[in-house]
Write a protein that binds this ligand. Structure first.
Ligand SMILES: Nc1ncnc2c1ncn2[C@@H]1O[C@H](COP(=O)(O)OP(=O)(O)O)[C@@H](O)[C@H]1O
Ligand SMILES: [Mg+2]
Length: 243
């Protein structure tokens, strides 16, 4: 069985700068894998390379065994890769319901659409409550939930989520962790996260990035037990543990 998502020896530039130089990761189907690394390590660039926004100059990116080499972002999205970028946007002048409906696959009939929305609302009680409200009136945390829900409702085979906890209150960070943990088995998630607490709640496996390369991968417990590793590659963020 091929991995849902696999990268090997990936090299990528932005302009003339080498940003990724040896990214390797394996995301098993149905798992939540967390990618960690300090600011500037290359996490966002890795997700953008998977999506085809940044060309992969060397190495391989595979989705369920098939190479994504040279495909444009819209083709990669159509193959079932959902992307929730950093500072994900929602449509502020539409309601929560309208945001979700807009994200549904066009081929869905009415019953199928209702079922897809219902399934997603089951994971996000906050959004069910705010279903008829303008997305622009939601809190930052609720907006982040809506951005994730909008991708989820399209039933992606693999979801890439970039630092969803950024700027959120501790209550929402915990909520997000629980929501993402519930995605296990429903879809496959590659979550970028600097918040070790959220990573610990949501993730089963980790991949650690530093200066554009993968330095370690393994079960989440290995990272949680290894404070030396946390200190070396995640630095000051370690202090957030147990807050
Ligand atoms: N548009 C850009 N132009 C030049 N350098 C960039 C650009 N985007 C990112 N970088 C550089 O690439 C490196 C990795 O950035 P990024 O992938 O955003 O890291 P992370 O998401 O881990 O914080 C950083 O050194 C950053 O300065
Ligand atoms: Mg980033």
């Amino acid at each position: 069985m091929p991995e849902a998502l696999e990268m090997r020896d990936v090299v990528a530039n932005i302009g003339e700068y080498r940003i990724l130089d040896g990214v390797r990761l394996a995301v098993p189907e149905g798992s939540v894998t967390v990618m960690l690394g300090r600011n500037g390590a290359g996490k966002t660039t890795t997700l953008r390379t998977i999506m085809g926004f940044v060309p992969c100059l060397n190495g391989t990116v595979r989705l369920f065994g098939d190479s994504l080499a040279g495909l444009p972002p819209h083709r990669i999205a159509r193959l079932g890769v959902g992307y929730v970028p950093e500072d994900a946007n929602v449509f502020p002048n539409l309601t929560v319901a309208e945001n979700l409906r807009l994200a549904l696959p066009r081929a869905h009939g009415r019953a199928q659409a209702e079922e897809a929305v219902e399934q997603v609302l089951g994971l996000f009680p906050d959004l069910r409550q705010a279903y008829r409200r303008w997305a622009g009136h939601l809190s930052g945390g609720q907006r982040q939930m809506l951005a994730i829900a909008s991708v989820l409702v399209s039933q992606p085979r693999v979801m890439l989520i970039d630092e969803p906890s950024k700027g959120l209150s501790p209550r929402f960070v915990d909520l997000l962790g629980e929501v993402i943990a519930q995605l296990r088995g429903r879809t496959t998630v590659l979550l970028v996260e600097q918040n070790l607490r959220l990573a610990a709640v949501a993730g089963e496996r980790f991949t650690l990035l530093d200066e554009g390369r993968t330095v370690m991968e393994g079960p989440m417990e290995e990272l949680l037990e290894n404070t030396a590793l946390q200190q070396r590659y995640l630095g000051v963020r370690v202090r957030e543990r147990g807050n």
